[in-house]
Ligand binder design. Structure first.
Ligand SMILES: Nc1ncnc2c1ncn2[C@@H]1O[C@H](COP(=O)(O)OP(=O)(O)OP(=O)(O)O)[C@@H](O)[C@H]1O
Length: 247
């Protein structure tokens, strides 16, 4: 994935300004930054649901939003889009039937559904109504839906919000397994800096501008800090100081 002079305007505001970055395939790239910095907007631009995008944005070798990308990208938004009155398995059966329709595909669909449920560790809840699950469990059903088509690119908008530490760790282990075993490219947003350390690469956003595009290691080294969080704060302070002197 590659962005050049990527700018997004929402209403009266320029929400993303002149972004230049590349996301390498088969790795986990974290999109980090404070609330309101533009993470969700960038993800929407990548999956092709954001209006008023200018510059170039190439995703899996195609322009973002290209119809051929639809089946190649799995996208999980912050609001789980699942049916409360269906069980976990019924939800997945429903989306599997859309992705891979026809009677002849039934056995394959069943296998994919069972695999996706196991991937997100919900086998014990497969027959529970989605409406009766906890917030974290519902998020994982959404993730399972996104995994169904074995997407080449997974775009995950704050998938660990509201999860306890054990589940957060398990989900990050799952992301690493998916990237390593399937070669899936994963773009995952978070505003929790300790999650940054788990990514192969990081894009640090602040007020719609890119502060850094690097590995966690290089960020710590370059800023001479012990954690990515401290490196980020250092970069923010430097950017603020530059802004002050420019005034
Ligand atoms: N419809 C809109 N019109 C104008 N501005 C908007 C609109 N929607 C969002 N914004 C602004 O765009 C900016 C980026 O929003 P975005 O949702 O991308 O941030 P975010 O980094 O994902 O935040 P969070 O972590 O809180 O989800 C925010 O400052 C927000 O106020």
């Amino acid at each position: 994935m590659r962005a050049h002079a990527l700018t997004v305007v929402r209403g009266p505001r320029t929400v993303l300004r002149n972004l230049e970055f590349a996301v390498p395939p088969g790795q986990i790239t974290g999109l980090l930054g404070p609330s309101g910095c533009g993470k969700s907007t960038l993800m929407r631009a990548i999956v092709g649901t954001q209006a008023k995008v200018s510059g170039t944005l190439e995703v899996l070798g195609r322009p973002a939003g290209d119809a051929s990308l639809r089946s190649r990208i799995g996208y999980v938004t912050q609001a789980p889009s699942i049916y409360d009155d269906l069980t976990v398995r019924q939800n997945l059966d429903y989306f599997a039937a859309i992705l891979d329709p026809g009677r002849s595909a039934a056995a394959r669909r069943r296998q994919h559904v069972t695999q996706a449920i196991a991937d997100v560790d919900l086998a014990d809840h497969a027959d529970a109504l989605a409406g009766n699950l906890s917030g974290g469990q519902r998020n994982r059903v959404s993730l399972a839906v996104a995994l169904l088509g074995t997407p080449e690119l997974l775009v995950l908008d704050e998938p660990t919000v509201g999860l306890d530490p054990v589940l957060r760790r398990d989900l990050w282990d799952l992301f690493h397994r998916i990237a390593a075993d399937r070669g899936t490219t994963i773009l995952v947003s978070s505003h929790v800096m300790d999650e940054a350390e788990r990514c192969h690469r990081l894009l640090l956003l602040r007020e719609g501008e890119l502060l850094a595009d690097d590995t966690p290691d290089a960020l710590r080294r370059r800023n001479d800090t012990a954690t990515v969080e401290d490196a980020f704060l250092h970069l923010v302070d430097t950017a603020n100081a530059l802004q002050e002197t420019a005034r």
